[in-house]
Write a protein that binds this ligand. Structure first.
Ligand code: SAH
Ligand code: SF4
Ligand code: F3S
Length: 476
């Protein structure tokens, strides 16, 4: 019998952890308490996560390892004997945040705590973190989480500076335990790292080269998730559609999506982030053929100017990108498309920026994440000339967001009166107010007098729209 772990811990959430057979609620209580009793009692930990969904999911694995080792999770730094930050380095502000958090420990009164820095800043800065913040005890990048048990043993034995800084390992996928935060939608990383080398980006340095997880291992975890009641999964990867099955199966990415959707119990399969270069017609066909594959694609464009795209080393032109959009807009099922855009890349002229705005008008994205360019260590773009001033970056960002607001307002207003199936994920403090997502990843807040809708799929008729949100009511 594998470990059966469904811990109801004091924060009031139910956590599903463990990669072996997990049948929440079905395992005898005695077995569960036996498992809990067998775990030695250690300290308390506080874990805070910055950055992308891959980091969120990594933290679920890290928390799983700590819980299974007997640490208890707490919600404040004060209550913790071990403080961990899972960090992001994508823009300078994100990285700075980490160092300002670490600075808070310089003169902190009371018992000294163990401090751990995980994730992308840890990988990027390595042992330099010990020089800048000598009170840090653990520096560990994402590729080394499978080694966490060993690293924790060293810390528990009294070592004060412990590191895990390998970048090229594929042992990261199957950690012993995963404690998922969301009881309805599960993250599952299918490809780690990135080989694309965009000239502005730190990810290839912080997460190492691309490594895909074997399809049978992905599907095995998915089956376990379905067995404990998950009906929605989100496949993760910085370039999720560059997935290359390393096993003899050689399953294509689109075939993996189809297999996941066919898993008994699965109602929704999402994936994020897709790279335009590897975005192919078979992915669109899979979405067309199986309604359980969500009709939302996040396809970052970064710029509408082919000249800038070339300097960014994005490996596609504006026209090639628009070709992928046309493929989706022509699909038999409507597909919602979102994107990421960088404004103020070195050398971006008014003309280049106008091309980005013009591309947005043409595509009419359902959602956009836009960022001011931030120079990052070790990247080729850091040394490029023709930097754009902060003021001008802010101005361009403002113009872009205003245009998108207009596009989203118009698009969302057209949805009034339409029905959507909403997977309910939250309940507001206001009476009878619920919220959830559509398959196309729109957030819908709606009214229903029914009780206990959390986790269920509900037919909702849209009654109102703002640029970022839809409102509706339970359709009967
Ligand atoms: N792998 C994804 C996204 C990775 S990071 C992709 O290839 O698109 C998420 C977003 O952060 C990027 O899409 C980009 O828009 C933004 N980003 C990355 N590096 C940046 C930098 N140096 N400055 C500003 N934004 C950046
Ligand atoms: Fe960064 Fe480009 Fe890789 Fe995305 S594809 S993670 S932007 S290097
Ligand atoms: Fe940030 Fe690392 Fe994700 S740099 S965006 S946490 S991959």
């Amino acid at each position: 019998m594998g470990a059966v772990i469904n811990l109801q811990i004091e924060m009031g959430k139910t956590f599903h952890i463990g990669l072996e057979t997990l049948v929440a609620g079905k395992s005898p209580a005695a077995e569960r308490s036996e498992f809990i009793a067998a775990v030695p009692k250690r300290g308390t930990f506080y874990l805070e996560t910055f950055g992308c969904q891959m980091n969120d999911h990594d933290s679920e694995k890290v928390a799983g390892v700590l819980l299974s080792r007997g640490y208890r999770q707490v919600e404040t730094i004060e209550a913790a004997s071990f403080v961990l930050y899972n960090t992001c380095s994508i823009r300078e502000k994100a990285a700075q945040k980490v160092f300002s958090r670490l600075g808070e420990f310089r003169d902190m009164p009371g018992e000294p705590k163990k401090i751990g820095v995980l994730g992308c800043v840890a990988q990027q800065e390595g042992e330099k973190i010990f020089n800048r913040s000598p009170w840090v005890n653990l520096v560990c990048g994402s590729a080394s989480y499978s080694k966490l048990p060993e690293l924790l043993t060293q810390l528990e034995a009294g070592e004060t500076r412990v590191t895990g800084l390998d970048t090229d390992t594929d042992e990261t996928f199957e950690t012993e335990m995963t404690r998922r935060d969301n009881p309805w939608r599960a993250y599952l990383t299918i490809i780690e790292g990135c080989d694309k080398a965009c000239s502005y980006c730190v990810v290839p340095f912080t997460r190492g080269p691309e490594r895909s997880r074997a399809s049978d291992s992905v599907l095995r975890e998915l089956r376990q998730l379905a067995e404990i009641g998950y009906s929605e999964v989100q496949f993760l990867g910085q370039t999720v559609n560059s997935y290359r099955d390393p096993s003899a199966e050689k399953m294509e990415f689109s075939a993996l999506l189809r297999a996941a959707a066919e898993m008994p119990g699965m109602k929704r399969v999402r994936f994020m982030t897709s790279h335009p270069r590897d975005f192919s017609a078979d992915i669109v066909a899979a979405i067309e053929d199986d309604e359980r594959i969500c009709n939302h694609v996040h396809l970052p464009v970064q710029s509408g100017s082919t000249r800038i795209l070339r300097v960014m080393q994005r490996t596609y032109s504006r026209e090639e990108y628009l070709g992928k959009i046309a493929m989706m807009r022509g699909a038999k099922r409507p597909i919602a498309i979102s994107t990421d855009i960088i404004v103020g890349f070195p050398g971006e002229t008014d003309g280049d920026f106008a091309e980005t705005l013009n591309l947005m008008e043409e595509v009419k994205y359902e959602a956009i994440f836009a960022f001011k360019y931030s120079p990052r260590p070790n990247t080729p773009a850091q040394k490029m000339e023709d930097a754009i001033s902060e003021e001008e970056k802010s101005r361009r960002l403002g113009v872009l967001l205003e245009l998108q607001r207009k596009i989203q307002t118009e698009a969302n207003e057209k949805l009034i009166g339409q029905p959507f199936e909403v997977h309910v994920e939250g309940k507001s403090k206001k009476e009878n107010q619920w919220s959830g997502r559509t398959s196309c990843n729109r957030v819908v807040n709606f009214l229903s007098t029914r009780s206990n809708l959390l986790g269920s799929y509900v037919a909702v008729r849209i009654t109102g729209a703002t640029p970022n949100c839809l409102t509706g009511e339970h359709a009967r």
